[in-house]
Write a protein that binds this ligand. Structure first.
Ligand code: NAD
Length: 482
């Protein structure tokens, strides 16, 4: 399906367009319409009208049923979604078919179920003396809180897990009774357009979900997040983009939920099951060619097993096959510039460090080699900055305290892994690591009800289960004197 805006229940492709490029071989494969300021404005107005028409007052049963129809609609067109995700991102088909699209379906099903787990709270029936206000009396009151949708929600998503991360916000936003204007990444417009088609067929009222395509700065993303008609912004992307959005959101005091970048550490203790730690670290460094926000880019290994682990990790990195490209020529160039910089900064290249050759059309695409580096100081840019590619730097540590200090010496704080067989150590270390998520002896094992998000430059707020529903709604206290 050709990329199209979806505004007020209608598809449109008017206006200027930009090229959609296949990252596997660099071919131009289509055009994407670039939303004008007016199209963004119409989308926000359509969303407001849908709320006023009653969507914001629908009951949980109706909204849950709508979410299930959307999940069923994606399921019914599963292969079409997989094809579109693979075409836009170049990721291995298996990844799209086992992670991206099933998780998108799961996001809608999870929030349909979670809607029934939210009884409203009545939390006191007796005003205590210390909270009495002169003139208002004391005595008995019934206080209860109800949750009200925020209104029109702007959702801005990145290119790495396009449908998964878009639906991770759209599902709870709709579940909570909001109307949505979504802007997917300009690199990956296709599954978002298919989602709009599914939502259209699922019979949601016009304007409840709107989709605009386009770029970020001085384009659809910025116009949407600056728009006075937007009541909240949920954004996933780079920390620097988050900062720009926050500055724009400040004009209207628009609440934000941010899932941003990371520079995620792995701590591998000598007592770990080293085969499991190696398998897990290969996955956490190189899945989707390192283009997942949760991917490991800093590996710290306890000294007695350091040499053995580095050699094995290098061997596994060199043996990787069938990995996908970087999303764009620009991103490939950025990753390669970090590879070069690391060498200039004094790194030892254990594996990779360059561009693979295939002898076919893929040589015109945006591939880089899975890369393992050692020998850099902690001050090196490659150790401090997010690369967002298939690269990790491995360094030794001697004590538990040192491992925690190294993990925490970062402007970011999204996710960490800890590999150890010592249960006490796992419980000691995990809460000391300054990230929003710590995985012990696993990576990316996800229960959608648990809090998901980062600290420091990695984000503001938490998503997942009740946490997303809390962001996308406002508690209103009702006090009745009795
Ligand atoms: P990006 O910040 O470049 O773009 C993300 C989205 O923001 C795109 O839709 C883009 O058009 C839009 N945008 C750009 N500038 C904007 C502006 N000024 N105003 C409004 N919108 C704007 O990020 P990306 O390159 O698409 O994604 C990769 C980044 O996302 C990495 O840093 C990665 O760590 C992060 N990420 C984080 C998570 C998480 O859950 N924490 C998940 C996935 C990706």
């Amino acid at each position: 399906m050709k990329a199209a805006h979806y505004v007020g229940g209608g598809f449109r492709t008017d206006g200027a367009a930009f090229a959609l490029v296949d990252p596997v071989d660099g071919r131009r494969v289509g055009d994407v319409p670039e939303a004008t300021r007016q199209i963004v404005d119409e989308a926000v107005r359509a969303a407001r009208a849908a709320l006023e028409d009653g969507w914001g007052r629908t009951g949980a049963t109706e909204r849950a049923a709508a979410l299930r129809r959307i999940a069923d609609g994606i399921q019914a067109r599963f292969d079409e979604f997989v094809d579109a995700e693979v075409a836009d991102t170049g990721k291995p088909r298996e990844l799209a078919a086992t992670v991206d699209i099933p998780r998108a379906i799961g996001n809608f099903r999870a929030y349909a179920d979670l809607l029934y787990g939210r009884p409203e709270r009545a939390y006191t029936t007796d005003v205590p003396g210390w909270s009495a206000t002169p003139g208002a009396g004391t005595g008995q009151a019934l206080n209860y809180s109800v949750r009200r949708p925020l209104g029109v929600v702007a959702i801005i998503s990145p290119w790495n897990l396009p449908l998964l991360l878009l639906t991770w916000k759209v599902a709870p936003a709709l579940a909570a009774g909001n109307a949505v204007v979504a802007k997917p990444s300009e690199e990956t417009p296709s599954t978002a357009t298919l989602l709009a088609s599914v939502i259209d067929q699922a019979g949601l009222p016009d304007g409840v979900f709107n989709l605009v395509h386009g770029h970020g700065t001085d384009a659809a993303g910025e116009w949407l997040t600056r728009h006075p008609g937007v009541d909240a912004i949920a954004f996933t992307g780079e920390s620097a983009t988050g900062a720009a959005i926050m500055r724009n959101a400040a004009d209207h005091i628009t609440p934000v939920s941010f899932e941003l970048g990371g520079k995620n550490p792995a701590l591998i203790f000598a007592d770990a099951d080293l085969d499991a730690a190696l398998d897990g670290t290969v996955r956490s460094c190189f899945t989707h060619s390192g283009q997942i926000c949760l991917c490991t880019e800093r590996v710290y290994v306890e000294r007695p097993v350091f040499e053995e682990f580095v050699a094995a990790l290098g061997e596994r990195a060199r043996a990787l096959e069938g990995y996908g490209p970087m999303i764009s020529a620009q991103h490939r160039d950025k990753v390669l510039s970090y590879y070069r910089l690391a060498v200039e900064e004094g790194a030892t290249v254990v594996a990779g460090g360059g561009v693979p050759t295939f002898g076919d059309d893929r040589d015109n695409g945006f591939h880089v080699e899975p890369t393992v580096l050692t020998g850099l100081p902690e001050t090196a840019r490659l150790v401090r900055e997010e690369v967002f590619g298939p690269v990790c730097h491995v360094a030794p540590f001697d004590t538990e305290d040192e491992a925690v200090r190294l993990a925490n010496d970062s402007p970011y704080g999204l996710a960490a892994t800890v590999w150890t067989r010592d249960l006490s150590r796992a419980h000691r270390v995990a809460p000391r690591v300054e990230t929003g998520i710590v995985w012990v002896n696993c990576w990316n094992l996800r229960d959608l009800r648990t809090p998901f998000g980062g600290v420091k430059a990695s984000g503001i707020g938490r998503e997942g289960g009740e946490y997303s529903l809390d962001f996308f709604s406002e508690p209103v206290n009702v006090c009745i004197q009795i």
